[in-house]
Design a protein around this ligand. Structure first.
Ligand SMILES: *Cc1c(COP(=O)(O)O)cnc(C)c1O
Length: 366
């Protein structure tokens, strides 16, 4: 055995690593789909005093079942769906990444399969690898949608225990067709369909949330996060809504007291300010649609987006375009199918800087 005694299949692999550059060097950061608007002074003060109260009892372990937070998350979700969601249907962890890892710890594992359709979120195969779950990848169509007949056939052939489907998809922005959830929940039998709605609040009018289908499919899991629309990426709080038996099963694999008292206090305070934190979502959706239109007017290919980012291309040398933008102080993401780039939607000023930089870079390369 060589030192350190890393698992054979992990040798030589690199950790997740979107560049984190100092804001004074790169003023326009549009690469990890954060919300560009920070919390208000009132919200900051409320979080700070809630954390101060929690600090006085930090000698004790936190509420292992985060009862108050589950109720607050259930109430918030019930406002975003025609179905109502109860606290016993909610589970939370340190970011929805941890929620999904716990799902694979509980429902994946050796001899089992997890399945998604590429191009999609780069972390899914990592949860599978880390839980020794076999990873199976179908393909999306050229417009990044799913062909439901082919998707169903693949699920029926491979019989995964977990299907991971982001809606909207990252990095393409593509929402699932409303009938996709029903078709795949039926196809997967007793397996789970996890619809990752990290960007759910940004969906366009007329695009439904999978939350609406929870009452009709007991094997459906919908994950959400406070990292994107809620402008709380630094708070690390992700959650899911599902059948209570699914939440109960996850309790077997979670680490004891995984949600710190500070995290619970922060998330609860932020939820009290939900209307204010979410107020900018509409502005961001408009800015997104304007960005899509502008890029199309300039002759780029642009994927339809229901998220707070836009995938556009295609460039013979996308790295040169990415670097050219960075040289002008604009950081975007080199991700997705070859030739494409992804830009997160920022403030109007940030998007102005992005547009100006892109015009320069593409004209230079002509
Ligand atoms: C950003 C993102 C998440 C959320 O991650 P957190 O761990 O909640 O910060 C989940 N899924 C996708 C597809 C994402 O892009």
């Amino acid at each position: 055995m060589t030192f350190p005694p890393l698992r054979e299949e992990l040798r030589g692999l690199l950790p997740y690593g979107a560049p984190q550059l100092p804001i004074d060097e790169v003023p326009v950061q549009l690469n990890v789909n954060e919300n560009p608007y920070g919390p208000s002074d009132a919200c900051v003060a409320d979080i700070a005093s809630a954390v101060a109260v929690a600090a006085a009892t930090l000698n004790r372990y936190p509420d292992r079942e985060f009862t108050e937070l589950r109720a607050a998350l259930a109430a918030y979700l019930s406002g975003d769906t025609s179905a109502s969601v109860g606290p016993e249907q909610v589970w939370a962890a340190n970011g929805s990444n941890e929620v999904m890892l716990q799902l694979l710890q509980a429902f994946g594992g050796p001899g089992r399969l997890a399945l998604s359709f590429a191009p999609t979120y780069s972390m899914y195969p990592e949860y599978a690898r880390d839980t020794v779950t076999e990873w199976v990848e179908g393909r999306r169509e050229d417009d990044f949608t799913l062909d439901l007949d082919r998707a169903r056939a693949l699920v029926e052939e491979r019989r995964p225990s977990v299907v991971l489907l982001p809606s909207p998809n990252n990095p393409t922005g593509t929402a699932l067709a409303p009938e996709a959830v029903t078709v795949l929940c039926d196809a997967v039998g007793d397996g789970l369909v996890v619809v990752d709605e990290a960007y759910g609040e940004f969906r366009r009018d007329g695009t439904p949330s999978a939350l609406d289908l929870l009452p009709t499919h007991r094997n459906l899991v919908v994950t959400r996060t406070m990292s994107k629309a809620f402008a709380l990426a630094g708070g690390r709080l992700g959650y899911l809504a599902a059948h209570p038996a699914i939440c109960d099963a996850i309790r077997v694999v979670r680490l004891p007291y995984h949600l710190s008292a500070v995290t619970q206090a922060t998330a609860l305070a932020a939820l009290r300010h939900a209307p204010e934190l979410l107020a900018r979502v509409d502005d961001l959706r408009k800015e997104r649609d304007a960005t899509v239109d502008w890029l199309r007017d300039r002759g780029h290919d642009v994927a339809d987006s229901d998220a707070n980012f836009v995938l556009f291309g295609t460039f013979a040398d996308r790295h040169a375009v990415w670097q050219g933008l960075l040289d002008r102080g604009v950081l975007i993401r080199e991700v997705g199918p070859s030739g494409w780039l992804r830009v997160s939607v920022g403030t109007p000023e940030e998007m102005g800087a992005f547009r100006e930089a892109l015009v320069h870079v593409t004209e230079e390369q002509r």
